[in-house]
Design a protein around this ligand. Structure first.
Ligand SMILES: [Zn+2]
Length: 311
């Protein structure tokens, strides 16, 4: 009989739970919108409710444990959350202890970027690699690192917040409270903001002229339809990602860089320019590091959370 774990991916917009087999296979899953402003009690009851629903489908299932991916930064050595920017009321909340109180099974807790890196390392695009960097590009930019065959957790288990390396002195404001971060320039949010800013002053572009607000998806769509400004913005986005990735490659010397998150849906459009940037800006010995699309798609964190139970 195959071993089973429960994975929970707690996000700012969705909370998801899944039953996952030891081969990383999704057996069942459920999700609902996160009641992000309602406080920890409500969010934890959402998690319990989803997990109970999954277990009710087959009472003979005996999962080994529950792995939970949380938005960070959370000190996973104590399990106590400090301030989670995307969820209200978690400051000082004993997240792991409160989760443990709700389940009869062992509970593991991991910061979301690390969780997704583990998913890709064990079961996804980085399977078999001892050294990998995972980067998620969506509303923000997060990440996780495997180095020398070990998950790099750092002090308090908070390593891998790659979105907050500052790349511009006194640059754009970042949600973390600082300025000039990689995330403030290359996240999906930053990309859409830049598009709105320049589209207003461009007579030729179709962006923003059809009455719809400009978002990332719309820019890629316009690019495919030949919109020059949209394509320039996309190339610039790929260049920014390439710069950030080059920094990380120099520091960590990975075998592979895995890109996930919402913007990775456009991986094929972004990849050549990212590749080109690395070839121009990395030191020659680092230029051949492959950059690949996440193998588990939007499930890297969910499956990675379940993988914590099997590790
Ligand atoms: Zn930041």
């Amino acid at each position: 009989m195959q071993q089973i774990a429960i994975g929970v991916d707690l996000g700012g917009t969705q909370v998801r739970a899944a039953l996952v087999g030891e081969a990383g296979n999704l057996l069942a899953q459920a999700s609902e919108p996160t009641d992000a402003m309602a406080g920890p009690e409500r969010v934890l009851s959402q998690i319990s409710h989803l997990v109970e629903g999954l277990l009710e489908t087959d009472r003979s299932l005996q999962p080994l444990g529950v792995g939970v991916s949380t938005p960070g930064p959370v000190d996973t050595t104590t399990g106590i959350a400090s301030d989670i920017p995307t969820l209200a009321g978690f400051d000082g909340f004993p997240l792991r202890a409160e989760l443990q109180r709700r389940f009869d099974l062992p509970v593991s807790l991991e910061n979301d970027g690390i969780s997704a890196a583990i998913g890709e390392w064990r079961y996804g695009a980085g399977k078999g690699c001892d050294d990998l960097i995972y980067i998620t590009v969506s509303t923000g930019i997060g990440g996780g690192i495997v180095s020398g065959g070990r998950v790099l957790r750092g002090r308090k288990g908070m390593a891998g917040h790659v979105g907050h390396m500052a790349i511009v002195l006194d640059g754009e404001a970042c949600p973390c409270g600082s300025r000039g971060c990689f995330e403030a320039y290359a996240s999906g949010t930053a990309f859409a903001r830049r598009a709105r800013l320049v589209a207003a002053g461009d007579a030729q572009t179709k962006l923003g002229k059809n009455g719809k607000p400009i978002d990332s998806r719309g820019v890629f769509l316009a690019g495919r339809e030949g919109d020059a400004l949209a394509n320039r913005l996309i190339d610039e986005e790929a260049e920014l990602l390439g710069r950030g990735i080059t920094n990380l490659i120099h520091i960590l010397s990975p075998e592979i860089v895995v890109i996930g998150g919402g913007l990775a849906n456009e991986f094929d459009r972004l990849h050549p320019r990212i590749r080109d940037c690395i070839s121009r800006t990395a030191m020659p010995a680092f230029r051949d590091v492959p950059v690949v699309h996440a193998g588990l798609g939007q499930n890297s964190g969910l499956i990675g959370a379940a993988a914590l139970v099997f590790l």
